[in-house]
Design a protein around this ligand. Sequence first.
Ligand SMILES: Nc1ncnc2c1ncn2[C@@H]1O[C@H](COP(=O)(O)OP(=O)(O)OP(=O)(O)O)[C@@H](O)[C@H]1O
Ligand SMILES: CC(C)(CO)[C@@H](O)C(=O)[O-]
Ligand code: BAL
Length: 295
Amino acid sequence: MAAPAQPSTAGETPVLRTVAELRAQVAQWRGAGETVGLVPTMGALHEGHLTLVRRAKAECRRAVATLFVNPTQFAPTEDFDAYPRDEAKDRALLATAGCDLLFAPSVEAVYPPGFSTVVEVKGLTRHLDGPFRPGHFAGVATVVSKLLLMAAPTHAYFGEKDFQQLQVIRRLAGDLDIPVRIVGVPTVREADKLALSSRNRYMTPAQREIAARLPPLMQALVTRLEGGANVEAVLNEARGQFPGLGFDRLDYLELADEATLTPSPHPAGPARLFVAVWLGRTRLIDNWPVRLPQK
Ligand SMILES: Nc1ncnc2c1ncn2[C@@H]1O[C@H](COP(=O)(O)OP(=O)(O)OP(=O)(O)O)[C@@H](O)[C@H]1O
Ligand SMILES: CC(C)(CO)[C@@H](O)C(=O)[O-]
Ligand code: BAL
């Protein structure tokens, strides 16, 4: 018999901290024939995360969120220590979205002493964020494999905002025969179309104003590419515009095939325009679908 999840405070989603408790709870639900949708997060929840939870709850009988700021996906130079953490607020928000359970393990529960296994997805991680965040996707692939195996959900929900991550997760679930349906959810945006992200709160008001220039720039580029303009010429010109717009450093602006995530001026299948750009200590990423004209 599963240990019931402990609702500690009214209006907050109950939380479990150990793998054994999580397994027992999900086994009980699945034993009763219920579907279970998993929503992995690193907390500091916003409307993007809550959209994933609501989608999970709409499609599955039970919605389970996870909150784990995964140390192995942060490079030593990145913001692991500074990453925003507010579990009580997150639990209250999850309750408003109908989340049945939160799994919030300690680092030791996920990576006990002697932990030595790495899941690495090749190919899909070669371009875009891969070279700019060495080790990042191995950390993501390892922890997501673990979360899927720990929770054994029927469905798992991930945002298209992190499109490369979504494709990496689809691949690992297939390659490792993890029996789960991976569901991609379209990017949730602010009124000015900036993609919601926990890291947006790092920005000063002045930087937030500059960030607002990214969505119209991306939309204008999509329009030109869809109109048949020369891809390399358009992208080269646009790369040169970022400093003048007030951005600090462009990591990449690339057109890439959705399936392979390999940059190309002539992608074989459906394509997206991908960007990663810095504003002070905030790294913004985004992607927009591009329907190229048939040649
Ligand atoms: N704006 C968004 N729209 C849809 N899904 C999102 C959005 N932002 C995050 N997600 C998804 O929520 C899940 C958890 O993401 P995470 O906790 O890293 O949030 P984040 O806002 O992306 O944070 P970060 O600032 O670290 O990138 C991922 O599947 C991610 O793609
Ligand atoms: C999928 C994830 C929760 C794994 O740590 C993280 O990369 C995120 O929040 O997108
Ligand atoms: N949102 C993806 C997780 C990360 O940037 O580390």
